[in-house]
Design a protein around this ligand. Structure first.
Ligand code: FAD
Length: 391
């Protein structure tokens, strides 16, 4: 059976801020069908982009070539109860994976804010949450398989193709089509959330103490004020009162932009610079709290937390009823501050960085580029976003 592609498909990301019209749209159901799409792309000299949940708030998943939606490759392939590991097809939504894991008394140790995202998608952009003892989500991956531009399947892990493994854990969709992912899980657990008001000064003065007090500590700063909401989440034996996370379901239509910092001293510098910038520029209006989260460093080549315990500062603007609001001054001032304090952008989010910036930000950038160029010499998996990163 040949896989069928469709013309006329319009792709839009979750926030409806970026979209594209791929020449052909495919929904393969097995590896053989994905191979057929790549064969066709090679014959016709087309570019290819795989998409997962389409949640990235940038054009990282856009293409005018062939688009492969991985949603029909969403099966659980293996649950190893002894090792607490699960192998899944790359298009599975974490929402579905979480349900399956709970049937086996297992869970992922850390998740992002939403679960309508896929196994390959979250490792594509280095999705994170909070907890200074926890790395970005890709640090929970112990193996994966990749279909390369040449049509070869490569299995990689710490012990097999280790260099490629370290590159593909934050792959930006440019190394090949991720087919399967194996996650290291933990025994299922429940969290109890406690939140209380504070001030920016108190939180910045006592950052280490907050980080020690709660495993999943984060805080929200309300711009144009000193107010902060501190949020602690910690393991509990109490049964869950509510599992609902309705917030993002209703919050359709945001712009998200995210940069991050290196170490805790810089958290204070960046937050205070941002506060001063807003005070000095009353016309710049920020109408959404700045969310600050903390993540353990790792050794993944393009991880924003490469070799640094880091702090993510998430600035967000509402787009009421899908209408654009003035945000450029806020965005650019924020980027300037984050660059000054040695920040690196979140790969999923819009940013103005180019190859020169990434060469300075990432000690292993050249190594990643060499791996990418070897695996994809003709640039089959590139798009406009990635051209800015690599050229
Ligand atoms: C409401 C909301 C809340 C969010 N919260 C967080 C958060 O808490 N923390 C955080 O870090 N991020 C957050 N994000 C961003 C989100 O986690 C990332 O954008 C993530 O990459 C989305 O996964 P996805 O499956 O939708 O991937 P997509 O956006 O579809 O794709 C992401 C990248 O992966 C590539 N890709 C996807 N599947 C494959 C495959 N099988 N093979 C090869 N490449 C592939 C795509 O080409 C693209 O480059 C949030 C986004 C939204 C909209």
């Amino acid at each position: 059976m040949m896989v069928h592609g469709h013309k006329g498909f319009k792709f839009q990301n979750w926030a409806k801020t970026y979209g594209c019209h791929p020449e052909m749209y495919f929904q393969p159901t097995c590896v053989e069908e994905v191979k057929q799409v790549l064969d066709l792309a090679r014959q016709q000299n087309k570019r290819v982009k795989a998409i997962g949940g389409g949640h990235s708030p940038s054009d990282i998943a856009c293409t005018d070539g062939f688009m492969i939606h991985m949603g029909k490759m969403n099966r659980i392939l293996k649950v190893d109860k002894e090792k607490r590991q699960v192998t899944v097809e790359a298009g599975i939504l974490l929402r579905d994976l979480n349900v399956e894991l709970s049937k086996h008394g297992l869970a992922l140790a850390n998740l992002g804010a939403v679960s309508d995202v896929t196994a390959a998608g979250v490792i594509g952009t280095g999705t994170h949450n909070t907890g200074i003892k926890h790395g970005i989500l890709p640090t929970q991956v112990v193996a994966l398989s990749l279909l390369t531009a040449a049509g070869t399947v490569i299995e990689c892990s710490e012990t097999s193709n280790a260099d490629l493994f370290k590159a593909s854990l934050v792959h930006l969709g440019c190394l090949g089509i991720v087919l399967t992912v194996t996650f290291q899980c933990v025994p299922q657990f429940h969290l109890q959330e406690t939140s209380f008001p504070s001030t920016l000064k108190e939180v910045l003065d006592n950052l280490d103490s907050h980080l020690k007090k709660s495993e999943y500590f984060r805080f929200l700063w309300f711009p144009h004020s000193d107010n902060v909401s501190v949020i602690y989440q910690d393991h509990t034996n109490k049964p869950p009162a509510s599992a609902a996370n309705w917030f993002w379901d209703y919050a359709v239509g945001f712009y998200l932009l995210e940069f991050l910092l290196w170490v805790s001293e810089n958290t204070a510098e960046a937050m205070l610079d941002l506060k001063t910038m807003l005070e000095k520029n009353p016309k710049v209006v920020a109408h959404f709290p700045v969310e600050v989260r903390f993540v353990k460093g790792d050794d993944i080549l393009l991880s924003p937390c490469f070799q640094k315990d880091s702090c993510y500062m998430n600035i967000i603007m509402y787009r009421p009823y899908g209408k654009d609001v003035p945000r450029l001054d806020y965005w650019l001032a924020y980027e300037r501050i984050m660059k000054k304090v040695g920040g690196r952008p979140h790969w999923a989010k819009a940013h103005t960085c180019t190859r020169k910036d990434f060469e300075e930000m990432y000690p292993s950038f050249q190594k990643f580029c060499a791996i990418r160029e070897k695996l994809d010499p003709t640039g089959m998996f590139l798009n406009a976003y990635l051209e800015k990163v690599f050229y």
